[in-house]
Design a protein. Structure first.
Length: 503
């Protein structure tokens, strides 16, 4: 909606500790995926709006950097307590705009909360090093300092957890933040901004900029922004990394995925089938760690496919606020795109075991429904295998040996997550050593690391050197300084133009 009067239900930006309407009337519709209804309009920032919000973060930074660690962590603890008490409110907001079922929305908040809890330990994490008498009467210390205003650009699929991978650590370390949520589910970010204000965070330390490419481009090029944490599809991650770094910023850009689950002949096939269904269809497959390709090794295919199909048939697809296992897809456009991959798989000769295009969903007639879909005998040149689909479509690829399975994964452009199901410790150990993927599960289908480890893939699943949260997150949001100190001592005066040497 361009150039029309701003409607009342517009979802705004947040800066200087309060809502900011922005200067344009450009908006995009936000829908409830379970009904298809337009429930609001989100503001789309102009360049001037972007500058206004970035200025708010820049103005707040110096005082926040100088706020004691004790005070900063008190505010973090307060945010954690409020979040823990009030997370059902946030879960409802997520379900209403994303579509995932309420229990899943609560799950993502809890995983984000773990990062808040990790960041409450920032005083310990920021401890530097000190060497006394490195040279005669010379001491050396290493400290880490915050970067300045940083930007987080988030995808639609985890409107609370993904921003929380970054902002608790960035804020605890003394940075100020501009969060640019996905325009598909923008309200969770505003709810979290209000919670920060309630927790006592000074105005301007946490800001929200709503918008599309215009907002992103302002964040990537504005010299006041010092670092970018991006999560989204690979082509946009590549663009963000190239543009941000060419403007002198530190960038970590997490991209797309195609996660394989290898099932060896000795595996417990019931456990493997449960895992494939949970990891393939949870959140309607809209997870970057979802399993989308099951690699059945050495003759387990028939039994495994039959067990997966039996379980998948029991999944209730419906409105996430009701008694459903799996919700709708995020938008009609995305639903139709995922369905078109199923069309293509069928055309290309895959065996359609379960067809989610025909689904009796417990929800609105205009909801963006697609049921669990299972394709067997998928070949590696089919688009259903080569592309990231990001929907409830599980492909089974049959191979003869472990080596073939490994080659398949290692030749894939993505390297986010993978899993192996086996009772053979030697095979599992070999897999974790040989597979070129950032996060590995052994009899665990979605191996999302705990907050105190770092999250990130390899190859086209991550651009940059540092992964999200854990100690790499602390490193990303701080930079090192080494201070060499000598207090005045008359015996050490005099001119010496040679390169400093230790003695
Ligand atoms: P997306 O790339 O479409 O959007 C991500 C963000 O980039 C949004 O804020 C969006 O507004 C912005 N954006 C979109 N197009 C842009 C453009 N041309 N220029 C500048 N900015 C642009 O991703 P999505 O559809 O919101 O999310 C799904 C994708 O995210 C999937 O590919 C999924 O694998 C990936 N993802 C990856 C991880 C991970 O940890 N690797 C985690 C979650 C999601």
């Amino acid at each position: 909606m361009k150039g029309k009067a701003m409607p009342n239900n517009v979802i705004q930006h947040w800066s200087d500790g309060k809502p900011f309407a922005g200067t344009t009337t450009d908006t995009a519709p936000v829908t409830n995926p379970a009904t298809g209804a337009v429930t609001g309009q989100v503001a789309l920032a102009s360049v001037a709006d972007g500058q206004h919000v970035i200025d708010s973060a820049a103005a707040a930074f110096p005082a926040w950097r100088d706020t004691s660690l004790a005070k900063r962590t008190q505010i973090l603890f307060a945010f954690r307590e409020l979040l823990n008490t009030r997370k059902p409110e946030l879960a409802k907001i997520i379900t209403a705009e994303h579509g995932k079922v309420l229990s899943d929305a609560l799950g993502e908040i809890s995983r984000g909360q773990e990062v808040v809890e990790f960041a409450c330990g920032m005083p310990h994490l920021l401890k530097g090093g000190m060497t006394e008498n490195a040279s005669t009467k010379v001491d050396v210390s290493a400290i880490r300092q915050p970067l300045g205003p940083i930007a987080i650009i988030a995808p639609f699929n985890f409107p609370a957890m993904v921003p929380m991978w970054f902002f608790p650590i960035a804020i605890a370390a003394g940075n100020s933040v501009v969060l640019k949520p996905s325009e598909k589910d923008p309200s969770a970010a505003l709810w979290m901004a209000e919670l920060w204000a309630e927790a006592g965070l000074p105005a301007g330390v946490f800001n929200v900029l709503q918008g599309d490419k215009t907002a992103v481009d302002e964040l990537l090029t504005n010299p006041k922004i010092k670092a970018i944490s991006f999560v989204g599809s690979t082509p946009v991650a590549q663009y963000v990394y190239a543009t941000g770094t060419s403007h002198g910023k530190r960038v970590q850009a997490l991209g797309g995925a195609k996660n394989h689950m290898v099932v060896l002949p000795d595996a417990d096939l019931d456990l493997a089938a449960d895992a494939a269904v949970n990891a393939g269809f949870g959140s309607a497959g809209e997870r970057c760690m979802a399993i989308s390709a099951v690699v059945a090794v050495g003759g387990v295919g028939d039994e495994l496919v039959s067990k997966i199909a039996d379980r998948a048939r029991t999944i209730k697809t419906g409105d996430g606020t009701r008694d459903a296992d799996m919700g709708p897809l995020v938008t009609k456009v995305h639903r139709d795109k995922v369905a078109s991959y199923v069309d293509a798989g069928e055309r290309d000769g895959a065996t359609l075991v379960l067809d989610g295009r025909v689904v009796d969903a417990d929800g609105g007639a205009d909801g963006f429904w697609l049921g669990p879909t299972l394709l067997d005998n998928v070949a590696t040149d089919m688009s259903v295998y080569t592309d990231e689909i990001f929907g409830p479509v599980l492909s089974v690829v049959r191979v003869g040996t472990y080596d073939e399975a490994l080659r398949l994964i290692n030749s894939n452009q993505y390297g986010n997550g993978t899993a192996i199901f086996t009772n053979d410790g030697g095979a599992a150990r070999r897999f974790q050593n040989e597979v070129e993927v950032g996060m590995i599960g052994i009899n665990v289908p979605i191996p999302v690391p705990m907050a105190y480890y770092s999250f990130g893939g390899w190859k086209n699943s991550l651009f940059g050197d540092m992964h999200a949260h854990g100690t790499e997150g602390v490193q990303f949001f701080t930079r090192g300084k080494v201070v060499t100190t000598r207090w005045l001592d008359p015996s050490h005066g005099g001119l010496e133009l040679g390169f400093p040497q230790n003695n």
